[in-house]
Design a protein around this ligand. Structure first.
Ligand code: HEC
Length: 156
């Protein structure tokens, strides 16, 4: 009788161990495939990111925040019916636009009557605009950049 009981306890322990082992393994496999494989890599020139950050700090922080985080409540119009500056850091919809569209928005400003995004044409050079766009893209989380890249850059 005692022997049977010990056997049962033994089987339960072994099964228990196997169970834990298999749940421990699955997250490791998952993160291997999703994080280290297949995400688009940003090979940006660090000097260009630095130049872009300077352009941003000199012209854009007042509206878009220290690191592109303003305004968290960007979907809600102000009292005057105009929209506040959206975050540029990947938490809003900046990454839904191609580089060309982002460049045009910065050069020409926001749609009339929509918000208050100024036109930077004539104030910034095209190079400065290209630089600030690279800095903005450098803020996005890896998975956000990956989706943007696969939508806009893989046709090239
Ligand atoms: C006076 C406030 C203000 C300043 C300064 C400003 N922006 Fe904006 N920006 C806005 C607003 C508001 C919008 C939303 C579009 C609109 O309503 O005009 C916007 C939109 C944008 C967008 C499009 C974002 C999207 O998700 O589609 C980009 C990119 C952008 N700004 C970049 C910049 C850069 C780069 C600078 C500095 C060179 C800058 N902005 C300076 C207010 C500002």
């Amino acid at each position: 009788m005692m022997q049977t009981l010990l056997l049962i306890i033994g089987v339960v322990l072994v099964l228990g161990c196997e169970d834990t082992a298999s749940t421990d393994n699955s997250p490791a496999k998952f993160s291997f495939f999703s994080n280290e494989e297949g995400l688009a890599v940003r090979n940006f020139d660090p000097a260009q990111i630095e130049r872009g950050e300077k352009v941003y700090r000199a012209n854009c922080v007042g509206c878009h925040g220290q690191n592109g985080e303003a305004t968290p409540d960007w979907r809600k119009p102000n009292e005057d019916g105009r929209y506040p500056p959206p975050p540029l850091n990947g938490t809003a919809h900046t990454w839904h636009h191609s580089t060309e569209v982002l460049k045009k928005t910065i050069l020409k400003g926001g749609p009339p009557g929509f918000g208050a995004m100024p036109a930077w044409e004539g104030k910034l050079t095209e190079q400065q605009v290209d630089d600030v766009i690279v800095w903005i893209k450098s803020l996005w989380p890896d998975d956000v950049y990956d989706v943007w890249y696969k939508n806009f850059e893989t046709q090239q």
